[in-house]
Write a protein that binds this ligand. Structure first.
Ligand code: ATP
Ligand code: MG
Length: 172
């Protein structure tokens, strides 16, 4: 049995989530079982969520209520985040998957919605074959320490800075 890896896509540039979904797409091609759990983002008509329905070996969960910096109620965000984390633990421990993506998970510890040590424990005790990709800005140094592959997406330019709005098929 091949040993799974822990990967992190972090940084302030675009491409963290989409690179994780690209890897999921790659794994699915080999018949691997994949689970994506999206934190923070609320359920909506994201192109990737619509595409996900077309794959048999892919499960997709959206466990958020919108980006926290525009939140009306941080306590509600915390409760939703903790519920999502419980789901993540259940999926990780089930040993049913080859790859699990925890999209935007870094915000859970950055906002103290969950304990960093609890996340570390879950990752350290993951099933042997399972690979896990974590995405989000400002990945905690403790996460970086235990990861096998860490990539920082660095912003050179982003169209939002020029007032160009989020584009369908590119941003969502
Ligand atoms: P993507 O989902 O496109 O891979 P991401 O996961 O790297 O992006 P997030 O921080 O999760 O980026 O933000 C999601 C949204 O914010 C996307 O629409 C993305 O285009 C946009 N975004 C990413 N980086 C920047 C940036 N540096 N400035 C402004 N907007 C950004
Ligand atoms: Mg993202």
């Amino acid at each position: 049995m091949e040993k799974g890896l822990i990967l992190i896509n972090t940084g302030d540039g675009k491409g963290k989530s989409t690179a994780a979904f690209g890897t999921a797409f790659r794994a699915l091609g080999h018949g691997h079982k994949v689970c994506v759990i999206q934190f923070i983002k609320s359920p909506s008509e994201y192109g990737e969520v619509i595409s996900a329905e077309k794959f048999q070996n892919l499960e997709w969960y959206t466990e958020g209520r919108g980006f926290t910096w525009s939140s009306d109620d941080l306590e509600k965000d915390k409760a939703v985040a903790q519920k999502g984390f419980e789901l993540a633990k259940e999926k990780i421990n089930s040993d049913k998957y080859d790859l699990i993506v925890l999209d935007e998970v870094t915000y859970l510890t950055n906002y103290n919605f969950i304990e960093i040590n609890e996340l570390i424990e879950v990752l350290k005790n993951k099933p042997e074959r399972l690979s896990i990709i974590l995405t989000g800005r400002n990945a905690d140094p403790k996460l970086i320490e235990i990861a096998d592959t860490v990539t920082e997406m660095k912003k050179i330019k982003h169209c939002f800075d020029d007032g160009i709005k989020a584009k369908k098929g590119i941003e969502f």
